[in-house]
Design a binder for this molecule. Structure first.
Ligand code: ADP
Ligand code: 5GP
Length: 213
């Protein structure tokens, strides 16, 4: 690693690929990236393990954690609570590695406010139809949940301007390399001239896709 260890926030609308990219980064570069395992009140999905994918907490335990100041940030998503534990983040930074947070946009805003050295990355496949296909193809949500997640996706994409980097998740290797490189560079806002028109059109096209479902 060439830079001081930092928080690297990966946000994306559901299906954007943040979980896949975070997993690839920590598997391919275990000496450079650790992953903070969030606490959540939502139920585990098939194959998810407590303490590995999430810490599955009861709402009372989560609220106690909030009151005791255990969370660096926390937010609500889909009627459930999600939060990043300070202890996890500190442990990984102390080990000399960047810490990856796979969190939604409100959590990302809290981290940005707390830590000027944190890098925030917004991830999307170039084509909104691919976003929908991946979300549907993952097979972990019902049609109704997918509709709700797309509605939330439109809200989240509207917040993308607050993120330092927009990284397109078309080919996985390319996306992983882009996050790797950005993590070791000074934190700054980087935009390609084509990015803003692309994002504006994205919102229009995704809204159409949502109505088609
Ligand atoms: P998120 O965590 O942002 O909701 P996931 O990482 O679960 O998204 O990705 C959504 C789906 O898209 C998953 O089935 C995943 O395997 C697939 N996927 C992610 N990135 C790519 C990629 N670059 N190419 C093809 N499929 C991908
Ligand atoms: P899922 O239920 O699909 O695993 O996650 C739903 C959303 O919650 C995703 O956008 C994910 O990034 C976000 N999320 C997961 N953990 C946290 C967390 O600790 N804090 C916040 N703010 N969001 C989280």
């Amino acid at each position: 690693m060439t830079s001081v260890p930092r928080i690297v926030v990966l946000s994306a609308p559901s299906g954007g690929g943040k979980t896949t990219i975070a997993k690839a980064l920590r598997e391919r570069y275990p000496g450079q990236f650790g992953f903070s395992v969030s606490a959540t009140t939502r139920k585990p999905r098939a194959g998810e393990r407590d303490g590995v994918d999430y810490r599955f907490w009861k709402p009372t335990q989560f609220r106690d954690g909030v009151n005791q100041g255990q969370f660096l940030e926390h937010a609500q998503y889909g009627g459930e609570l999600y939060g990043t534990l300070r202890s996890d983040v500190e442990k990984i930074l102390e080990s000399g590695r960047h810490v990856l947070l796979d969190i939604e946009v409100n959590g990302a805003a809290q981290v940005r406010k707390l830590d000027q050295n944190a890098l925030t990355v917004f991830i999307l496949p170039s084509d909104p139809r691919v976003l929908v296909q991946r979300l549907v193809g993952r097979g972990s949500e019902s049609r109704e949940e997918i509709r709700q997640r797309l509605e939330r996706a439109i809200e989240e994409i509207s917040e993308a301007t607050l993120f330092h980097r927009w990284i397109r998740n078309d080919g996985l290797d390319q996306a992983v390399q882009a996050v790797l490189k950005a993590s070791d560079q000074p934190v700054r806002f980087v935009r390609d001239p084509k990015d803003l028109p692309w994002m504006k059109q994205y919102l229009v096209d995704l809204e159409n896709e949502r109505h088609r479902l």
